[in-house]
Design a protein around this ligand. Structure first.
Ligand SMILES: *Cc1c(COP(=O)(O)O)cnc(C)c1O
Length: 360
């Protein structure tokens, strides 16, 4: 017998390209939508004190009740709605796809959007259909969206609101049309809610097929891995069956409760990031040869003449951003930068200007 991984690993998995995360080394890290601000020494000390109470020999609270209580309060989740937690919202996306997949079942999302929708669909073996956004304005192509919903009757639709990697928030009435037209489940992925103008959280219950997903990652707790799905009990009690027991560990639970009790610190940081965003987008647009889009998230999408070369050049100068060249036809020559501290943004802008003038 000559059994190798080639014989046994599912062909669909062998064909996949793994989700690649580059090693930042010493670079200024502006590639992953992280909050750049740390906690001060006093807050860190208090946090470490609470961790001393962790019963590491015991399984965590399986429902993470206290974490949910804090999240309900901080994210204004309606009392009548259920909440499920995931090890990041990535895990919730996986639970949703596992719950709704089946023969002939389709997942639909606009493109370009968050890559995990497609990636997890491929892993699980669910048919994925991507509908291109409008070129340059990245608005939903409502004709194409509604036609695709009519044709494929998707079981699941993901709408990132605001959208990653474009940074815009889709028109409310377009989203409403999609929810009303769809017979399947529509997930509004509000990963960037801390930086956005609007939310669907308060509108849960208005539509029977609407769920809202959030995460604490972009808020400033990316290291915790904690996401939440909110919506009507009838949906969530079923989806919860796909959740692995104890998926939120003891340390994450204690840390989340502590951090959310100090929510004002995180809010101050996200407000600062929003202020820095306005400044950065303006300064980017003032550089010759750059088109930057306005954003409702904590990153900015911008276009240059030769994205791959600019990206490599910045990386050599220890500034790490995200190169979107090749990821989608609508993102030709596009780069994405996460809003950093004012110092980091300044270093990024200076390095970028220098790079562009040297390349000319
Ligand atoms: C970052 C991101 C997520 C994933 O968040 P985690 O909770 O860190 O897994 C989900 N959706 C969108 C649109 C994102 O950009």
């Amino acid at each position: 017998m000559n059994n190798t991984h080639k014989d046994w690993i599912r062909p669909e998995i062998q064909q996949l390209t793994a989700y690649h995360v580059p090693d930042p080394k010493n670079a200024i890290k502006l590639d992953a939508m992280e909050n750049p601000y740390q906690w001060d020494a006093e807050l860190t000390q208090k946090w470490l004190q609470t961790l001393q109470t962790a019963a590491i020999n015991r399984y965590p609270d399986p429902t993470a009740y206290k974490v949910k209580e804090q999240l309900r309060q901080r994210m204004q989740i309606p009392d009548t709605m259920d909440v499920i937690l995931g090890n990041g919202s990535d895990e919730l996306i996986q639970m949703l796809i596992l719950s709704l997949n089946g023969k002939g079942r389709v997942l639909l999302a606009p493109e370009p959007s968050f890559v995990m929708y497609r990636l997890i669909a491929q892993v699980v073996g669910m048919q994925y259909i991507g509908i291109p956004l409008g070129a340059n304005d990245f608005k939903l192509d409502m004709f194409a969206m509604l036609e695709a919903i009519e044709t494929h009757q998707p079981a699941l639709i993901f709408l990132a609101y605001p959208n990653n990697p474009t940074g815009n928030a889709f028109a409310l009435e377009d989203i409403e049309d999609i929810i009303e037209t769809s017979t399947g489940l529509v997930i509004i992925d509000e990963a960037y809610a801390p930086f956005a103008d609007n939310t669907f959280m308060s509108r849960l219950g208005e539509y029977p097929n609407l769920l809202v997903m959030r995460t604490v990652s972009k808020l400033g707790l990316a290291g915790l891995r904690l996401g939440l799905l909110a919506g009507p009990h009838k949906w969530l009690e079923q989806i919860d069956k796909t959740r692995l027991p104890y998926n939120i560990n003891v340390l994450s639970q204690l840390s989340a409760i502590f951090a959310l009790q100090h929510y004002a610190v995180l809010e101050k940081q996200t407000q600062q990031i929003k202020a820095n965003r306005a400044d950065l987008v303006e300064r980017l647009n003032n550089i010759n040869g750059i088109q930057a889009w306005t954003s409702q998230a904590n990153f900015i999408l911008f276009r240059v003449k030769n994205a791959q070369a600019v990206f490599e050049h910045l990386k050599k100068q220890e500034v790490l951003i995200k190169c979107l060249q090749g990821s989608h036809p609508l993102l030709d020559n596009c780069l994405r930068v996460t809003i950093g501290t004012p110092d980091e943004n300044q270093a990024f802008l200076e390095t970028l200007s220098k790079t562009l003038s040297e390349m000319n």
